[in-house]
Write a protein that binds this ligand. Structure first.
Ligand code: GCV
Length: 696
């Protein structure tokens, strides 16, 4: 098996090399667009291991002659010891220094462990590709978060839930025999960002992924990913002992169920010795879970944790739970269920919490659980795929969204902080086990993510997972330099486009704290009028609560009191619309249409101004992109231009449909100068998109 894989990889690599020039600028190379070179620097390694060899191969591929000589060596090597590196680097950190080794100018990439060498090799390439000098290099970095994981919502039949970049990368049908070359390049791209874990299958999981046949397929993928420092994880269906094992129950306290999971874990670890562990979506949106047997989430998580603990595995247990039969505000339900369980989870469990309490909306206040479970390692879950931000086609750079949640102040401690970043990196409470997950936006689209700019969201996730202190703008600069050109005449306008792009989506889909206003099922386009779905909390009207008197969800004490789930100092600020950030106003308050905003405008006028600003931003982005035409290769320029045209159409549609509906509710005229919607409300309501992608 092993031989077959390396043979395939060898053939794959030469095929890739052969086809690369013909398709050089179609986005396949992502941000790893190394300059063409006929020769490489001398690359010396302390020793040969699969990971160190991977690092050296990447340098050979990308470095050209940009530096004369590179030494990759751990701190055990006397040549590295001579450098007297000050900082502890940990398992995965690296230091890069220009120095003399044996009288020759050498760039030393040093690390305590071999994964540090891999990340150091990519960091050296990034440094040079972003225009960094080839001399006097002195860099060091270590990740602040331990588990940096990409979650695939990929089904076993190749469909990707909320995927907008084609079918799944994983060709389960031809695994384990056939190793698609894509797997290798996917591993490279992730390793370049420091991603060290991949959950292979959808959280809406089939038990089949735990059968012997699928374990063998996962093991083949694990073998490809291992030399890139990446472990595989599986989403586990909680009812598997019943579904696969024929047991009468899946009760986590039942000895037979516990034994079934322990045996299943043993079987997986025999095939994949470094298997990472399980991700679980339980008792949410129809998935089975411990609640089906009257048990808590801690009972369920701890049972699985006991099964993987002897092998060093972890359980990532999702807090994304809400129920259609629970009348409590959906935004409160996860907190109500999980907060009382703080301190009750086993040591190898992380509770995985989405950035906001509803569902990856273009803007949400940070999830209150981040300020309320100090005795539990909390793993932040972000969505890289843009389910609610224009899906495959919009240009929405999510760096600012990710940064906003990471920098959010929980007000839990004395004085200021900790921020969400300090909660998830463990520094707030001293947790050793830390993690962050991003829901993938990759598929078999030639450019991996469906568009060039969608790649930036994968990149930004990876860079922030490594260092949540990086700024979204600095990351955008790095990405633009590597993806297009380090020339400031390219980087500056590209970064300007990127930095305003998420706010544009917020403005034209749900300004001032409105959220969940999208159409049903596929979630593409507007549907603020929808109020007739069987599950109340799936209706946009549940969230906007628009009526003749006003708009917004009252989450004060007079309403659902979701504000009470935040730390007292923050809750005090949020209780008053005057001290609530305007960007979150209607998330927390139901306000009259003539409520006076800081600008002096009424709420209605302000809303209209935001919708208009959103559309105007897209028009500006198109103009700026047009001006970049001479600097960008034709294929990527054209696709982006086409997609921006789609986005402008969609932005106008969102704006017009939303305003048509709000006017039908409030009976107000549009403020002077605002254009009337292009169609009447009935037209917008009649739009239907049964074949929109990504809809399970
Ligand atoms: C994987 C939202 C999405 C679902 C997704 C779910 C989740 O509801 O629309 O497709 O299911 O979140 O995160 O589990």
């Amino acid at each position: 098996m092993k031989r077959a894989i390396s043979l395939c990889l060898g053939v794959a690599a030469s095929l890739l090399a052969a086809v690369a020039p013909a398709r050089a600028e179609d986005g396949y190379r992502l941000w790893l667009r190394y300059p063409a070179a006929s020769a490489s620097s001398t690359i010396e390694v302390e020793k040969s291991t699969p990971i160190i060899d991977t690092a050296a191969a990447e340098l050979r591929r990308g470095l050209g002659r940009r530096v004369a000589r590179v030494l990759l060596a751990t701190t055990a090597d006397p040549r590295v010891a001579a450098l007297r590196l000050a900082q502890p680097l940990g398992d995965e950190g690296y230091a890069i220094r220009s120095t003399q080794v044996a009288g020759q100018p050498t760039v030393v990439v040093a690390a305590e462990g071999e994964r540090g060498l891999l990340y150091g090799a990519f960091a050296l390439l990034r440094h040079l590709d972003t225009g960094g000098a080839a001399t006097a290099i002195d860099l060091h970095s270590a990740p602040r978060i331990k588990l940096r994981v990409i979650d695939h919502w990929d089904n076993l039949d190749g469909f990707v839930e909320r995927g907008y970049a084609g079918r799944s990368l994983w060709d389960w049908w031809t695994l384990p025999e056939h190793i698609d070359p894509l797997y290798l390049d996917y591993a490279r791209a992730n390793a370049s960002l420091g991603i060290n874990g991949i959950v292979l299958n959808n959280v809406n999981a089939k038990a089949d992924s735990l059968t012997a046949a699928y374990i063998a397929k996962a093991a083949a993928l694990a073998e490809v990913l291992r030399p890139y420092g990446i472990k595989v994880y599986l989403s586990a269906r909680f009812s598997a002992p019943h579904d696969l094992g024929g047991l009468a129950t899946g009760d986590p306290l039942d000895p037979a169920v516990r034994a079934w999971w322990a045996a299943k874990a043993d079987e997986i670890y025999r095939a994949i010795p470094d298997f990472g562990g399980f991700l679980v979506k339980a008792n949410s949106e129809g998935q089975p879970g411990p609640g089906d047997y009257g048990r808590t989430h801690a009972d369920g998580a701890n049972m699985l944790a006991a099964a993987v603990a002897p092998h060093g595995g972890v359980v990532m247990w999702r807090a994304f739970v809400y129920s259609e039969v629970n009348p409590e505000d959906r935004a409160k339900q996860a907190y109500s269920e999980f907060q009382p369980l703080d301190g009750k989870f086993a040591d190898n469990v992380l509770v995985q919490v989405k950035n906001g309490a509803i569902d990856f909306q273009p803007r949400e206040p940070f999830h209150p659980l981040f300020g309320a479970m100090p005795r539990t390692p909390l793993m932040l879950e972000l969505q890289i795929t843009k389910e609610y931000l224009g899906q495959g086609t919009s240009l929405a750079y999510l760096g600012p969204l990710f940064e906003e949640v990471l920098n959010a102040n929980t007000y839990r401690g004395e004085g200021s902080g900790p921020t969400v970043a300090q909660v998830i990196d463990g520094s707030a409470e001293g947790h050793e086990l830390t993690g962050i997950a991003g829901v993938a936006n990759v598929g078999r689209s030639r450019d991996w993510s469906g568009s060039t700019f969608n790649q930036a969201n994968w990149y930004a996730f990876g860079r922030l997972a490594w260092d949540p202190g990086l700024s979204a703008e600095a990351i955008a600069r790095e990405w633009a330099a590597q993806t297009f050109s380090p020339d400031p005449r390219v980087v500056d306008p590209v970064v300007r486009i990127m930095m305003g792009s998420r706010e544009a989506v917020v403005d034209y889909t749900g300004p001032l704290g409105l959220a969940h206003q999208m159409a049903t099922g596929h979630h593409y386009g507007p549907g603020p009028w929808i109020a007739d779905l069987a599950r109340p909390e799936w209706n946009p009207a549940y969230y906007n609560r628009a009526d003749a008197g006003g708009i917004g969800f009252d989450r004060t004490k007079a309403g659902s009191d979701a504000i009470g789930q935040y730390a007292p100092e923050l809750a005090r600020l949020l209780a008053d619309p005057r001290t609530t950030p305007e960007s979150e106003l209607l998330w927390f308050h139901h306000l009259a249409w003539d409520f006076r905003m800081a600008s002096g405008r009424t709420l209605w006028e302000e809303l209209v101004a935001h919708y208009d600003a959103g559309v105007a931003s897209v028009v500006d982005m198109r103009r700026a992109w047009d001006a970049l035409r001479p600097q960008i290769d034709a294929e990527r320029w054209q696709k982006t231009a086409d997609f921006l045209a789609i986005e402008e159409r969609d932005a106008r549609w969102w704006r017009d449909a939303s305003l048509a509906y709000w006017m039908s509710v409030n009976g107000l005229p549009l403020p002077a100068g605002a254009a009337p919607p292009a169609h009447d409300l009935a037209w917008y309501k009649a739009q239907s998109y049964p074949y929109a992608p990504g809809n399970p």
